[in-house]
Design a protein. Structure first.
Length: 248
């Protein structure tokens, strides 16, 4: 049972880009390739089953994560409230999938792809490797967010705009204010804006507090622009060419 649920994992600790991590990433890539390139014209019933199924996977997976934290005596309001970006997206993404809400899609596209892909590459699995529930929930949660954003874009035909990018940046910065205050009140560090994470991370290379927050803003903007780049190229390619005057 310790291999799957215990607080003391008997196997080797999680290895970044180790065999289990690479296999998990490979499975995620394979699923998204199938969804985006080999399932291009699903029926209405098929799309509905997919959206409800993926929503159920996200919510059940998150419930198991909290249940594990509770049963192992680790759950606390300083760590497990849903105020990190990906924690919020766990609940926003199912609503987006089921209601096809465009405003939610804007955030799920930029944050779901940007934040969740980064979390897949550097999962917060602690010392827990496959087949532990902590490893599985970390991979499944973030992979589902990526798949949901790609599905809405490729299959449902949604797309972000420059206004979407602006809305996401403004909303994210406004959201940081109450989270910063909450962190001060309860001693938490949601969004990692009150101090650096306790474990090693990319933030360690971005300067001291509070200046690393500005660095994170710059990194986030660069990622958002990169995610929007395919649509810039598509819009440019679809522009009609100026008519030739026929003059020599």
């Amino acid at each position: 049972m310790d291999w799957f649920w215990g607080i003391d994992f008997p196997g080797p600790p999680f290895e970044l880009f180790g065999p289990n991590h690479l296999v998990a990433l490979g499975v995620v890539v394979l699923i998204n390739v199938v969804v985006c390139f080999f399932w291009r014209h699903p029926s209405e019933a098929g799309r509905r089953r997919f959206c409800y199924g993926l929503s159920a996977i996200l919510l059940i997976n998150e419930s198991l994560f909290h249940l594990w934290a509770i049963t192992t005596g680790q759950w606390s309001i300083q760590v497990y409230l849903p105020f990190h970006l990906c924690s919020i997206l766990v609940y926003v993404t199912p609503i987006m999938l089921i209601t096809k809400n465009y405003r939610m899609y804007e955030f799920c596209y930029f944050l779901g792809l940007g934040a969740a892909m980064q979390a897949l590459l550097t999962p917060d699995a602690g010392a827990y490797d496959f087949p532990h529930i902590r490893f599985l929930t970390a991979i499944i949660s973030h992979a589902s967010m990526v798949t949901a954003a790609l599905y809405m874009t490729v299959i449902e035909g949604f797309r972000p705009t420059w206004k979407s990018l602006r809305n996401t940046i403004v909303a994210l910065n406004l959201y940081m204010i109450p989270v910063f205050i909450l962190n001060m009140l309860i001693g938490s560090n949601y969004l990692f804006i009150n101090r650096k994470p306790d474990t090693a991370s990319m933030i360690d290379m971005l300067g001291p507090w509070p200046w690393y927050i500005l660095s994170l803003e710059a990194v986030g903007l660069a990622v958002f622009l990169l995610l929007y780049l395919p649509f810039v190229v598509k819009d440019w390619q679809s522009k009609p060419m100026p008519a030739s005057t026929g003059e020599a």
